[in-house]
Design a binder for this molecule. Structure first.
Ligand SMILES: NC(=O)c1ccc[n+]([C@@H]2O[C@H](COP(=O)([O-])OP(=O)(O)OC[C@H]3O[C@@H](n4cnc5c(N)ncnc54)[C@H](OP(=O)(O)O)[C@@H]3O)[C@@H](O)[C@H]2O)c1
Length: 328
């Protein structure tokens, strides 16, 4: 069960619990909760669409292994993933669910989403999540903006003012429908403007090979905000560079007798104490590998070699990876 602690940023002790075997990856603050730093991204469960029991088994294994932070969205599998989570999770297990609003399904699209950024659409999406998860409150809901890619972009009347969106998110929090407000796919200006609303986590595409948001990660650390990058392994989508293909990652993995994916995730854990992992997998074997990363320590030379891999992306100004056919 997730412990209740002070709001993000005031409980520094949460960042220091790295005892091997205690919680996967140690713990860090996520809003008013202290969660294991190794969580789980549920998007890939869509792959089990024809076998929901297999998807439930992956989630149950995650919880058995100590994962208590799961990332989802009502639009993952058009409701399939949230149905799986409702079936798999017991209300008293203390798993913090983080969902996201700002888009709705667009079957056949690439990606299969369209923007739904208006305050009324954000509220409707929260209500959809509550119904699907059969709960009165969702731990954290990310406002999935469209400031930066990859993925859907906003045009026309879907360019909605941030303050109007935050007012709705704050109202939903005041009503108890969401526990905390996060942001996703944002730039630094948006994050700074949103800080007074009380932001508990930020989710942008970021990994060992894709480090354009280093400045935002540092701002989050300073403000006690969790940084829960999506695509921590480079994603499962074809056309995006993969962490596991990086020669320095492969060399470090073979030197240690671990897998390249484990090296990529271990680097994230070592890089900053406010990083929360949400690697996505539909495979129990991969899930077990990912949770075991909490026991992998990188020595200084290896860390330096891995730091060098994405160093050139830190300040390129090209703020995010893109879908292969996405215009620049
Ligand atoms: N806020 C947003 O806009 C946004 C966007 C995208 C995703 N997300 C969230 O972020 C989470 C993580 O991103 P992601 O799932 O897209 O990408 P990811 O975690 O970078 O990569 C997932 C891919 O890595 C593979 N994988 C996972 N563990 C592995 C291991 N130990 N060894 C080898 N391969 C492994 C998976 O395949 P297998 O299934 O075969 O293991 C899958 O193909 C998602 O699940 C979702 O919850 C948020």
């Amino acid at each position: 069960m997730a412990d209740t602690v002070s709001p993000a940023g005031t409980d520094r002790s949460a960042d220091t619990d790295t005892r091997p075997g205690s919680r996967p990856g140690g713990t860090a603050a996520l809003g008013t909760s202290s969660v294991a730093r190794i969580g789980y991204g549920a998007m890939g469960l869509e792959r089990h669409h024809d076998n929901p029991d297999a998807a439930v088994a992956v989630v149950r294994r995650a919880v058995e292994l100590g994962v208590d932070h799961i990332d989802t969205a009502q639009f993952y599998g058009n409701g399939f993933v949230n149905d799986v989570l409702r079936r798999a999770l017991k209300p008293d297990e203390g798993v913090v669910i983080v969902s996201k609003v700002g888009a709705v399904p667009d079957p056949g699209g690439q990606p299969p989403l369209r923007p739904a950024q208006h305050p009324a659409e954000l509220r409707a999406a929260v209500e959809d999540n509550l119904r699907a998860l059969d709960t009165d409150t969702i731990g954290v809901v990310n406002l999935r903006r469209l400031d930066v890619g990859p993925g859907v972009t906003a045009t026309g009347d879907q360019l909605v003012d941030l303050d109007d969106q935050l007012a709705e998110m704050v109202a939903l929090r005041d009503e108890g429908k969401i526990g905390g407000i996060g942001l996703s796919a944002v730039d630094t200006d948006t994050l700074r403007r949103a800080l007074p609303a009380g932001i508990v986590c930020v989710q942008n595409a970021y990994s060992l090979i894709q480090r354009e948001y280093e400045d935002m990660l540092e701002l989050c650390a300073d403000e006690g905000i969790g940084w829960a990058p999506f695509f921590p392994l480079g994603s499962g989508f074809p056309g995006f560079p993969k962490v596991v293909d990086e020669p320095a990652v492969r060399a470090a993995a073979s030197a240690r007798g671990v897998t390249p994916a484990q090296v990529g995730l271990a680097w994230l854990l070592a890089h900053a104490p406010n990083i929360l992992l949400i690697p996505g997998t539909a495979s129990i074997a991969h899930l077990e590998e990912n949770v075991a990363v909490g026991d992998i320590a990188l020595d200084g030379d290896t860390k330096a070699a891995l730091d060098a891999v994405g160093a050139a992306t830190v300040s390129t100004g090209d703020r995010s990876p893109r879908w292969p056919d996405e215009a620049r």
